[in-house]
Design a protein around this ligand. Structure first.
Ligand SMILES: Cc1ncc(COP(=O)(O)O)c(C=O)c1O
Length: 443
């Protein structure tokens, strides 16, 4: 990786050099980007997909391979931010979608797939007595929170700094001006005592505590069992609804992190891969809470959504959960992720470069720092320039991952892909380790 050329550069100069090569390699993506800027703000309809100077435009994918508008191929280590668990062309999923298409779409009634998917999910995730479907993880969290508020008659919700529960539930870096306007308390992630105190002080009007059992977009930071248990205990003590957002983490064990940790929330929000790669969200949990939506009740809460039970998602979800992402497949993919993480951390130790790979199982977060990561603000020790350099260099080497260093593995990745990726990671650290260390220490 250009070791001789870059040895004497600063981190910023190395980024500039990588960016120049990236721009030269992607003229068609750049042209598409500039054209799209005329009608879409920043050529973008999903903030996370933007990175500077412009993102590559994808044209197709199969297995674990992506192709872009300039003819490059990438091995996909992003896995569509966990939604792409099955890869881009799993034959069982594609068959299920084709069969559903052949049966006609927008049927306007219950269909033969939805209760099967509900059964599969309730059998799998310990907190689920009952489940309902929606169209995104954001919507799943919105419904779970709204259910908790309506059922308890209280108004406040408790979230955690660095948490992400969807486009209107972003609590990193001081939050977002377009967050849903619920009265919100923001606690510190992985601080059991602080959380217990905050719950006790606000118990009277606290409807729900919502938490990712591992922060996904916040840096791949597992919640400690003590922290998550403190939330369970606080919720129990004051009749508060504990919601686990397992939109990302449900893939980390056959029954999600709740099963692995043995801490069972009252409600759980799901999304991503569980729709087999189609638009998906679901929320579910205790029968007494979910039963409030039973339309046979005179006082039923409404929950609507034209596409909640669309046949493509329901059919793909059933096929994926029953035939592809079995308990054995979950164990195998997460084992591969644990091994990859260990190899990458070993590369950091071997080269002496500041590098730390966090996460659990098939979700990985890469940070260029020595400082351990327990809370989201710990990841600020990695300079933005280091993340950009790594992202561009890996892109130029044919590996697709997120600018922030987020990766999630998909089923079609092979041992050879893992070998190639860890070799490239080791080479990156050897080439740029000194610059990463200097950049980190810069004022
Ligand atoms: C933990 C978590 N919750 C909720 C969401 C929102 O899901 P969606 O993008 O389907 O609305 C995401 C998406 O990345 C997520 O990571």
């Amino acid at each position: 990786m250009q070791q001789n050329v870059t040895r004497n550069l600063s981190l910023d100069a190395a980024v500039e050099d990588a960016e120049r090569r990236y721009v030269a390699a992607n003229p068609n993506s750049q042209a598409r980007f500039e054209e799209a800027c005329r009608t879409m703000p920043g050529a973008n309809t999903r903030s996370v997909l933007f990175y500077d100077p412009f993102p590559v435009t994808m044209t197709s994918g199969d297995g674990a391979t992506l192709r872009d508008l300039d003819g490059h191929s990438y091995t996909d280590f992003l896995g569509e931010y966990t939604a792409g668990l099955y890869g881009h062309s799993n034959p069982i999923i594609l068959d299920a979608v084709r069969k559903a298409l052949d049966g006609g779409v927008v049927l306007g009634g219950p269909n033969q797939y939805e209760s099967r998917l509900a059964e599969l999910m309730c059998a799998r995730f310990p907190s689920l007595d009952m489940v309902r479907f929606c169209n995104s993880g954001t919507e799943a969290n919105l419904m779970a929170i709204s259910l908790a508020r309506a059922a308890t008659g209280r108004s406040q919700i408790m979230v955690f700094e660095g948490g992400y529960h969807g486009g209107v539930f972003y609590y990193g870096h001081g939050g977002s001006p377009i967050n849903a306007p619920f009265p919100t308390l923001v606690g510190t992630y992985n601080d059991p005592q602080g959380a217990a105190d905050l719950i006790r002080e606000n118990a009277d009007d606290l409807a729900a505590i919502i938490v990712e059992p591992m922060l996904g977009s916040g840096g791949g930071i597992p919640g400690s069992p003590e922290f998550l248990q403190a939330l369970r205990d606080g919720a129990d003590a004051y009749g508060i609804v504990l919601i686990f957002d397992e939109v990302m983490t449900s893939r980390l064990a056959p029954g999600g992190l709740q099963e692995k940790l043995g801490i069972i929330p009252d409600l759980t929000a799901f999304g991503k891969y569980l729709g087999g790669g189609m638009t998906f969200g679901a929320f579910g949990g205790r029968a007494d809470l979910m039963g409030r939506f039973d339309p046979r009740r005179a006082d039923a809460f409404p929950h609507s959504g034209t596409y909640n039970n669309n046949v493509l998602t329901m059919a793909a979800g059933v096929a994926g959960l029953s035939e592809v992402f079995t308990a054995e497949a979950a164990a195998s993919l997460n084992g591969a992720g644990d091994r990859l993480r260990e190899r990458m951390n070993e590369a950091g130790r071997r080269t002496g470069a500041p590098a730390l790979v966090t996460g659990a199982g098939s979700i990985l977060g890469i940070h260029f720092q020595d400082k351990p990561v327990h809370r989201p603000d710990d990841t600020e020790a990695t300079p933005a320039a280091a993340r950009k350099l790594f992202h561009l260099e890996m892109n130029l080497r044919g590996f697709y991952l997120a600018r922030r260093g987020f990766m999630s593995l998909c089923l079609p990745l092979t041992d050879r892909d893992y070998d190639r990726f860890s070799d490239a990671f080791g080479e990156f650290l050897e080439t740029y380790g000194d610059l990463l260390r200097d950049g980190r220490q810069a004022p």
